[in-house]
Design a protein around this ligand. Structure first.
Ligand code: ZN
Length: 322
């Protein structure tokens, strides 16, 4: 008897296979990332009606046939429609970047606890919010944290001293360095910025405006996080450049693109340069979830069970030097 799995799944990508089949790459709740063949998906649209598209959340029945290296997708139906992801280029770009992250940095067949609800929560937030660079940055940090790559941001990775004032950041050691432990010549940054990143990992994405980060802060944290990502993950994401291009044009002070907000229009009209220290503003609170939907963003940043916010510090895989 072939083994059978019933699991919730997110479609990461899919491609045609031969005359009549489709290969679907899924992130599943039970099995982690898997590839499966959807037999007859091209010949009969009725078999998988509109469910094998990017971002689809499915209830899937997968079979592991004997003598085959690939799972077979026997049946799938949309478990929850998520709309709005293609309403703007920014949402689509961030969504695709997130799918690529899951596709490329999770191990095949490795289920990470809480990752599926987290992914679903991210898509739901993205379906109702316009993302900016801080959104994308925090999404990367949250995803890495879920996979066990969580930088240490409030205490020195070498000596454990609390990080205060000007501090260093060392991707290889996995986080911040106090001024005494930072090697000479290290470019220092404000501990306040690392602290904001730490809070951002635990805070729902829709409340990122409360972190008090300026655009310069975001530039700096982005550089450090990308260095961290490159060191520990070691790949370049194909969607990264596209994402950067789309988000670079986005303004900080509103949910619309640069030049589209009243503030930006007023500034353009007055010819005033953008003031230094302009803050990421808190976007309007999203509407409450529909009855029956699981709340993905509970009121408190560390509310237990909030799928977007890892409660436990996972074991970090960083070697301690010295
Ligand atoms: Zn130290």
């Amino acid at each position: 008897m072939p083994r059978e799995y019933r699991t919730r799944a997110l479609v990461l990508r899919s491609s045609d296979w031969g005359e009549s089949d489709r290969i679907v790459h899924l992130y599943t709740e039970e099995l982690g990332r898997v590839s499966a063949i959807a037999k007859g998906a091209l010949r009969s649209r009725r078999r998988f009606p509109g469910v094998l598209e990017l971002f689809s959340l499915l209830d899937a029945r997968l079979v592991d046939p004997p003598r085959s290296s690939m799972l077979r997708l026997e049946a799938a139906r949309l478990s929850r429609p998520i709309e709005g992801l293609t309403d703007s280029l920014a949402r689509f770009a961030v969504g695709c970047h997130f799918l690529e992250l899951l596709d490329r940095i999770t191990g095949e067949g490795e289920a990470h606890p809480g990752m599926f609800p987290f992914a679903r929560g991210v898509l739901e937030v993205l379906s109702r919010e316009e993302p900016d660079r801080l959104f994308a940055l925090l999404l990367l940090a949250k995803t890495l944290a879920r996979l066990g790559y969580r930088p240490q941001l409030s205490a020195c990775v070498e000596c454990g001293a609390p990080l205060r004032g000007r501090v260093g950041f060392a991707p290889a050691q996995g986080g911040g360095l106090c001024p005494r432990c930072a090697p000479e010549g290290t470019a220092l940054l404000s501990a306040r910025v690392l602290d904001a990143l730490e809070r951002g990992i635990r805070t729902p994405l829709s409340r990122r405006g409360e972190l008090g980060l300026s655009r310069q802060d975001v530039d700096r944290v982005e550089r450090e996080m990308l260095g961290f990502f490159r060191f520990h993950i070691g790949i370049e994401l194909r969607s990264a450049e596209f994402l950067r291009g789309i988000l670079a044009s986005r303004q900080l002070d509103g949910p619309l693109g640069r030049g589209d907000t009243p503030r930006a229009r007023a500034k353009d009209a007055s010819g005033d340069p953008e003031p230094d220290g302009l803050r990421y503003s808190a976007p309007a609170r999203p509407p409450a979830p529909e009855p029956g939907q699981e709340a993905v963003e509970l009121g408190e940043s560390q509310a237990p069970g909030d799928p977007e916010c890892p409660e436990d510090r996972p074991q970090t895989p960083f070697p301690r030097s010295g």
